[in-house]
Write a protein that binds this ligand. Structure first.
Ligand code: PHE
Length: 465
């Protein structure tokens, strides 16, 4: 049944799964979450969540994928085979896990296009375009770009071309090889940028701001944000890790592999914060860090770099780093879609890629136009709280805040109630020792589902009524 070729080596799996995990979430979202959610307190919660929820779900998804050799839909179908009633209904979870990457990928490619534009803009223009003195110049540059029609479309297509080029070469020759080159390069870049930023004037204030716990910012929201960020960052509950698990060699030590991926992802996020927060504090004091938000990468940072010596080179290096991170994540999303399309519609890899790309083009073009000629479209206009959301934010909201918690709940139930926890542990660890087995079992049995329900309720705004 398992006809696809998988990764050829352990390193190939680790770097590719880490490539999926390390993305815009690490470099863009993580630093500003830490900056405005209490510094060290957010970091501590994040790390605790990593070793409990994150770790458990990563093992669950990779284990399921490796057992069945199938994508999310096939995996759920195989494990629920012959089951009827509520247990049979769990098959829906496979669809949820498969739909998430179909929703995420088009808008991820739109943002990937923006990053590509900034690499090209910095390479070809003087950095003074992003004036350090005029805070509005950066914001205006960005909004003029995204609200024009052709330019964002062009860069969106350019980014897709990179991603499709890699996928077309296959799992081993494309994904594995690309990640083996890009991931070490990404680490080198981020270390170099960290060294640069840590030597800026006042950087030590920034480090303090980053690491010092600020209890006054702590609330239930800190918890929910940390866990949500963790899931997004680890590419959990989106079918991805089921797919990548299905490409993992049977003889590999799954638990060790997963540990490496989780640590790699967290290390990159931590380094991204260590580079961005001191730079922000050095540029505009604690206020700049405190007010960081989604505009960080495209509006604030270009301005920050413009104000420093060597800023152009640093800016190019930074956007290249973001581009590598975004491309390796987009590759994992497209691979999951291609595997699902191929297995469910029984199509060849080539035809599945064509279908997958057609899907990105249709939804992605609508998303790009959502900032220009379709800017009047607010898909959730009928819900008061979300009435103003644009198309991109809506896709992000539906996939991350609604489908993701459901997907994770279904995966937990599939392992615990259908496959059986003991049997699953034996399957993933083989005869190898697994000292943290108790923690995995505890999370799967008792902790994950209540926490996921809280996250879901928060996403749906139930606490805010
Ligand atoms: N983990 C990626 C990031 O941190 C995002 C992503 C989510 C990628 C889901 C694939 C699937 O940016």
């Amino acid at each position: 049944m398992n006809k696809h070729t998988g990764f050829s080596s352990r390193m190939g799996y680790i770097l590719s799964a880490a490539g999926s995990a390390v993305g815009l979430g690490n470099i863009w979202r993580f630093p500003y979450c830490v900056a405005n959610q209490g510094g060290g307190i957010f970091l501590t919660i994040y790390v605790i969540a990593l070793f409990t929820f994150g770790y458990s779900l990563l093992i669950a998804e990779n284990g399921l994928g490796r057992m069945t050799g199938m994508g999310p839909i096939g995996t759920y179908r195989q494990i629920c085979k012959g089951k009827t009633g509520p247990v049979g209904f769990l098959k829906v979870g496979g669809w949820l896990n498969a739909i998430a990457p179909l929703i995420i990928l088009p808008y991820y490619c739109v943002i990937g296009g923006w990053v590509t534009k900034y690499v090209v803009a910095l390479l070809t223009n003087p950095i003074s375009k992003f004036s350090a003195e005029d805070a509005n110049a950066s914001a205006e540059y960005f909004s003029t770009f995204i609200s024009s029609t052709w330019e964002p479309l062009l860069y969106f297509l350019l980014f897709i071309a990179i991603v499709v080029g890699v996928i077309a070469l296959g799992v081993k020759e494309g994904i594995e090889r690309f990640n083996k080159i890009l991931m070490p390069l990404l680490v080198l870049l981020i270390i170099a940028l960290c060294i640069y930023c840590l030597r800026l004037p006042n950087a030590s204030e920034g480090i303090k701001y980053y690491l010092k716990p600020d209890w006054s910012k702590f609330s239930i929201m800190t918890l929910v944000t940390a866990v949500g960020q963790l899931f997004y960052s680890l590419s959990i509950a989106m079918g991805i890790m089921i797919t990548y698990g299905s490409y993992m060699r049977k003889e590999d030590n799954l638990i060790a592999n997963v540990n490496h991926v989780a640590l790699f992802d967290t290390l990159v996020a931590f380094l991204a914060g260590l580079m961005i927060i001191p730079a922000l504090v050095s540029f505009g004091g604690e206020d700049a860090a405190q007010n960081a938000g989604p505009g960080l990468v495209f509006i604030v940072l270009p301005q920050v770099f413009a104000s420093f010596f060597g800023g152009k080179i640093v800016g190019i290096a930074f956007f290249l780093l973001v581009l590598f991170a975004a491309a390796t994540s987009a590759i994992s999303l497209l691979e999951t879609n291609v595997q699902t399309i191929g297995q469910e519609l029984k199509l060849s890899r080539k035809t599945s890629i064509i279908y997958g790309v057609a899907e990105i083009l249709v939804i992605g073009i609508i998303t790009v136009l959502g900032y220009s000629c379709l800017s009047f479209v607010h898909p959730l206009a009928f819900i008061q709280d979300y009435a103003k959301m644009d198309i991109l934010d809506t896709l992000d909201f539906i996939s991350n805040n609604v489908i993701m918690p459901f997907g994770a709940i279904f995966t937990t139930l599939l392992v615990v109630c259908v496959y059986g926890l003991e049997r699953f542990c034996k399957e993933v660890s083989g005869d190898r020792p697994w000292p943290n087995r108790w923690l995995f079992k505890l999370c799967m049995r008792a902790i994950l589902i209540p926490c996921l329900i809280i996250i879901l309720m928060d996403s749906l705004g139930i606490f805010r009524r």
